[in-house]
Design a protein around this ligand. Structure first.
Ligand SMILES: NC(=O)c1ccc[n+]([C@@H]2O[C@H](COP(=O)([O-])OP(=O)(O)OC[C@H]3O[C@@H](n4cnc5c(N)ncnc54)[C@H](OP(=O)(O)O)[C@@H]3O)[C@@H](O)[C@H]2O)c1
Length: 290
């Protein structure tokens, strides 16, 4: 298929681009800078210059595509508004395509709020943080495209993705900082496994369907922090607890999500799409890091 990706250089998008190319798809990638264009080109995609915050110019000259996968976000305070306007411009532009494209939209685990011991599924009502005002209904009800939503769990790869901050603390500080409590559970997925889910959804998911991309329903963040402290010989193996206010002041309002105690099920993707995630033991992967 000919697939246009938005956010193809991000922690989710770069893995998705790699997987799509491995499966023989023809990938075009929106790039807001020459650096991003070069990265996409090196990955084997064809860059299309443009910015999600200024969608008019590039949406007017889209080539024919079979699908769009949207994984772009700048995590700024206006991200919800930027996304809404992007959809207002992009979806009508896609209505002019020769064939109705598939449109895969990225939601996220933090839309489900804190679940405690209950395991959230695609049928669970949302309780999003205010920073994550995503436009899921707009996509699922769109007539211009066949909309599909993927809700990634917390995405990691080696010491990268959501593990990056913990790994950096383990190397640079005397303790790894954890938000709220070390008992807070994070649903997790390795970026390679998540990329396979996007590809399976692209190739086979029905229109108007949603899938949670969680390989592990919830792992206590204290265990992840301790695994990094052990691996890098951090002076204190016990994590240092910081408040949601402190992480929001450091990284932005969106980072309050790190305090959410969540369990999410990836069972629907496994049953319906044959998703079979391979990375199921992040602590062992951390212990084996070079
Ligand atoms: N990572 C997770 O654990 C996770 C979990 C659940 C949901 N999500 C959601 O998944 C989406 C992507 O997350 P991520 O972690 O992959 O983010 P990321 O690593 O920060 O990547 C963001 C991507 O968006 C692109 N981008 C940002 N602003 C842009 C703009 N104005 N115009 C064009 N492209 C722009 C970036 O391009 P540049 O190369 O130019 O920077 C990059 O490719 C977000 O909506 C996030 O909420 C993420």
């Amino acid at each position: 298929m000919r697939v246009f990706v938005l956010g193809g250089t991000g922690s989710i998008g770069s893995a998705v681009v790699q997987e799509l190319i491995r499966r023989g798809h023809d990938v075009l990638a929106l790039a807001r800078s020459d650096v991003s264009a070069a990265k996409s080109g090196e990955a084997g995609a064809t860059p299309v210059l443009g910015d999600i915050a200024a969608p008019e110019p590039w949406t007017q000259r889209l080539p024919p595509v079979d699908a769009v996968i949207h994984m772009a976000c700048d995590f700024g305070t206006a991200m919800g508004a930027i996304d809404r306007r992007l959809l207002d411009v992009l979806l009508p532009a896609l209505a002019a395509q020769p064939n109705k494209p598939r449109f895969i939209y990225t939601g996220g685990c933090w839309l489900f709020g804190a679940t405690g011991d209950a395991i959230a599924t695609e049928a669970t009502p949302f309780r999003p943080l205010p920073a994550f005002a995503w436009n899921l209904q707009r996509v699922l009800e769109a007539t211009e495209v066949d909309g599909i939503v993927i809700h990634p769990a917390m995405v990691y790869a080696g010491a990268g993705g959501v593990f990056q901050r913990l790994a950096r603390d383990a190397v640079e500080r005397d303790a790894v900082r954890v938000v709220a409590s070390e008992r807070v559970r994070w649903p997790l997925v390795h970026s390679e496994d998540l990329a396979v889910l996007y590809a399976l959804a692209l190739e086979g998911a029905p229109a108007r369907s949603s899938y949670i991309g969680a390989a592990i329903d919830g792992l206590a963040v204290g265990r992840i922090a301790r695994a990094f402290a052990d691996r890098f010989g951090t002076r204190l193996s016990e994590p240092r607890i910081i408040s949601p206010d402190a992480i929001a002041a450091e990284l932005g309002e969106w980072a309050r999500g790190y305090a959410l105690d969540q369990r999410l099920s990836g069972a629907k993707a496994r049953w319906e799409l044959g998703w079979d995630p391979r990375h199921l033991d992040p602590e062992a992967e951390i212990a084996a890091l070079p």
